[in-house]
Design a binder for this molecule. Structure first.
Ligand SMILES: *Cc1c(COP(=O)(O)O)cnc(C)c1O
Length: 467
């Protein structure tokens, strides 16, 4: 058998992949039929595939490669750490320098009152930690019956049993017996799809007040926490109306429940600030971090915990942890990533220069006949595809049919945009420059044109009948 390498023919790699590799969130036999795209190398915002295409990655991998691909400093930090201390755990009263240095750096970057970090290997693990952390907090305060966590439909908090239950993806709940008990969901603030005749501001208040109604329904002394992404990512980059978060904050304060901000996507510059909580102006007690923490160069996640919660939990033995909590190589790489984001002013540049430039260009996509709304904060954005802008109609075809066609058109134009239902989303590396933004928008426009032609040819430009 020949050596498997990036020089191997694409068909051979695809056949081996189909024979041996089970993909996440994928219909296995359909992909095996078609063959997976093989990515071979990357630099900056650009990917290369095994057929020699050069592709603009407007998703930063899975929302994570904030500093862009190919930064040698991170590879060198990993190599140095592997030689010095490739692994040691942080159980049993031990620690090591990378975990110390990263937790100190995170405390410096986080909003005031956040001085403690619990490390995990991913965002899913970190949210599992959070579920146990907030329940442990209330139990330690003598209120063990306060164990319910409220979340939102169409939220994404990870794919483990705990974090998948916290999330509100119905397709995930359908498989494997989710959600686990004592997790309840309210509706999401997606005005475009669900706002009916309300103004966005009225709708934002209505959706926030579902939290209050749910707390009253369940009993205020039963609710431990509310978890939410400052801006929903995997749900389709849903930017809530301005009225939403202030009202949620009022309700959280009124009932004294904990607020968990899932910053896995929003954190580390994505919204133009270090944390999405700063952008939407909320005061969480716990923040979930992962993805941009290491720009995806190493798997690492964690929970930033406010002083009040950290102090109470420190009063008991927390029977929880992962073999790779605070993995030294992952910590060293994350630390180098944060140094670069900080010292090169990348977050500030997103807020003040490239973010506003991208926003202007991205919003101009609403001039396209297929595009209803365009929403973007910092460097996470989405467009809603529609057969009729005025009525905000959905397509008559199954949700996602049109989005999938558009995603395939983007692929063929060497642009990676994802679709969530019939919304198209972007989340490019934060280092994307103006010239690359222009290319992104040109390719998006071209792909929308091709999608439009195809929809007309196939009779898919039909609106779904109003419910
Ligand atoms: C990706 C994501 C997670 C899960 O992180 P993993 O590292 O994939 O486990 C959790 N929350 C949000 C908001 C995410 O986008």
């Amino acid at each position: 058998m020949a050596i498997i390498s990036v020089q191997s023919p694409t068909a051979e790699l695809q056949a081996l992949d189909a024979a041996h590799h089970m993909h996440p969130f994928t219909h296995g036999s359909e992909l095996a039929q078609k063959g997976a795209r093989v990515i071979t190398r990357a630099d900056g915002v650009w990917l290369n595939d095994s057929d020699g295409n050069r592709i603009l990655d407007a998703m930063a991998g899975l929302w994570c490669v904030n500093i862009g691909y190919g930064r040698r400093e991170l590879a060198q930090a990993a190599a140095r750490q592997m030689e010095e201390l490739p692994y040691y755990n942080t159980f049993f009263q031990t620690t090591h320098v990378p975990a110390i240095a990263l937790s100190k750096k995170l405390s410096d970057l986080a909003p005031e009152g956040f001085n403690q970090v619990f490390f995990a290997g991913s965002g899913s693990e970190a949210n599992d930690t959070n579920l146990r952390l907030v329940r442990t907090y209330w139990a330690a305060k003598g209120q063990p019956e306060r164990n319910i966590v409220i979340s939102r439909w169409n939220a994404y908090h990870g794919s483990s049993v705990g974090s998948g239950s916290l999330g509100g993806m119905k397709g995930m709940h359908m498989q494997g017996g989710l959600p686990i008990p004592d997790i309840h969901h309210i509706d999401q603030p997606n005005w475009w799809a669900e706002g009916d005749d309300m103004t966005p501001e009225e709708f934002g208040l209505e959706r926030a007040r579902q939290l209050e109604a749910k707390i009253e329904e369940l009993g205020p002394d039963r609710v431990a926490a509310f978890i939410a992404e400052p801006i929903q990512g995997a749900g389709g980059v849903i930017v809530p109306p301005d009225s939403y978060w202030p009202e949620v904050q009022r309700i959280v304060d009124k009932y004294g429940i904990l607020l968990i901000a899932d910053e896995v996507i929003c954190g580390f510059g994505r919204t133009g600030n270090w944390f999405g909580s700063q952008t939407v102006n909320i005061r969480p007690h716990v923040m979930t971090i992962a993805k941009g923490l290491s720009s995806g160069y190493q798997p690492i996640g964690g929970s930033l915990v406010c002083d009040e919660v950290a102090e109470v939990v420190a009063g008991v033995e927390f029977n929880h942890g992962y073999t790779y909590s605070g993995h030294p190589v992952a910590c060293a790489v994350a630390l180098e990533n944060l140094r670069i984001l900080d010292e090169e002013g990348i977050v500030t540049r997103v807020r003040e220069e490239t973010g506003p430039y991208l926003k202007e260009k991205f919003e101009s996509l609403t001039d396209h006949p297929l595009v209803g709304e365009a929403k973007i904060v910092g460097m996470m954005g989405s467009i809603a595809l529609t057969p009729d802008k005025d009525s905000r109609a959905a397509f008559a075809s199954d949700p996602g049919t049109v989005g999938f066609i558009c995603r395939e058109r983007c692929f063929s134009n060497n642009l990676i945009m994802r679709h969530v239902g019939d919304r198209m989303i972007i989340s490019p590396p934060l280092v994307i420059d103006r010239e690359e933004i222009d290319i992104l928008i040109d390719r998006a426009w071209q792909s929308l044109d091709e999608t439009h032609v195809r929809l007309k040819d196939e009779g898919l430009m039909k609106a779904k009948a109003a419910a």
